[in-house]
Design a protein around this ligand. Sequence first.
Ligand code: IFM
Length: 410
Amino acid sequence: MIKFPRDFLWGAATSAYQVEGGNFNSDWCRWEKEAVKEECGAACRHYELYKKDFDLAKSLHHNAHRFSIEWSRIEPKEGRFSRKELKHYLDVILALRKRGIEPIVTLHHFTNPAWFAESGGWVEARSVDRFLRYCEFLTRVLARHVRYWITINEPTIYLSHAYIIGVWPPQEKSYPKAAAVEENLASAHIRAYRAMHKIYKGLGLGEPCIGIAQNVIAFVPYKRKLKNRFTAFLRDRVFNLGFIERIMRQGILPQKNMDFIGVNYYSRQLIELKEFGLGNLATDVCDNTRSEKNSLGWDIYPKGLYDVLMELKKFKLPIMITENGICTSRDNLRWKYIYDHLKNIHRAMKGGVSVTGYLYWSLLDNFEWDKGFGPRFGLIGVDRKTYKRTVKRSARKFAQVCKTGILKGG
Ligand code: IFM
């Protein structure tokens, strides 16, 4: 029997674009129309149905919920802020609080307002001031009701997919642009972090908890060959740690620019370097892994979460698992996935890592970006025609852990 602390946060995560529906002022929406992808459209209609969804989360004993605010709703035109949409998100937060669920609010989760993208997006240095203005506007109103904030979700995934691999808008393949985006995202986080702390202080409120959600992968060398070990080391430095280190070390001395690290963990890469070349160093993997996979073909490797948590211990910050989940049609595999990852989290906690919560990705089956609605990550199924919600068995098993803080059996 495994026991988690009494004050542990338990719940699930979503993001605005993936569940709300009707986000027509965002860059993703415009891009979908041009790129002839499966359109997100009404998504899960969570914008209207959020209270029902939170009732379900409460019935599953969640005491925390991570969601994102859609910047393009709040600021549909540059400098024009929508009071109506601000009120909507305030209602969302109050609906969570009313149900005894701690809101964990993400400010940027991959999508941007169309005006922002059309005028250069994150490549432009002025993106930092623009993001800051949006963050300050929200914080002034929401601070009294929110303690946990995530400024930016998966910065490394965003910049690699949008500016290096070019599969997300604006579909660039440019290292110099990606470098500028990284620089601006890091500055945006740091400046927002400081400004938001200042607002809380000015309002006489307790300190907020502000972090980023970093996607981490377990990079495992195939057959422990030297070239594969070297590649694994390199990818870990660049992909997992690079952005966090950049934030923590602005200037010469380390600085506190984060109150916690949000960890999004899904999978491992078994690394087999085929040739020495920049592309190979970044992407080569063993083509023939026998491990169990999710429906997108990602290796399932729960021990990797233990390994990355032990590595992140050196930052001496609390860690929240802000995403961990599996897309599969085999719901018993979903429960096994959750169970095995929780075991590894607990092991890391025994090893001295301070983990404060676990948020499963995702509460609902939702829109998986360029992969459309096919992959099913949800604890709750959503019928694509009727939008009817169906709670899965895995969700009920997870609910027992949320209720008791105890992980029993298999
Ligand atoms: O759906 C995404 C989410 O938006 C960010 N983290 C990974 C999830 C699964 O791919």
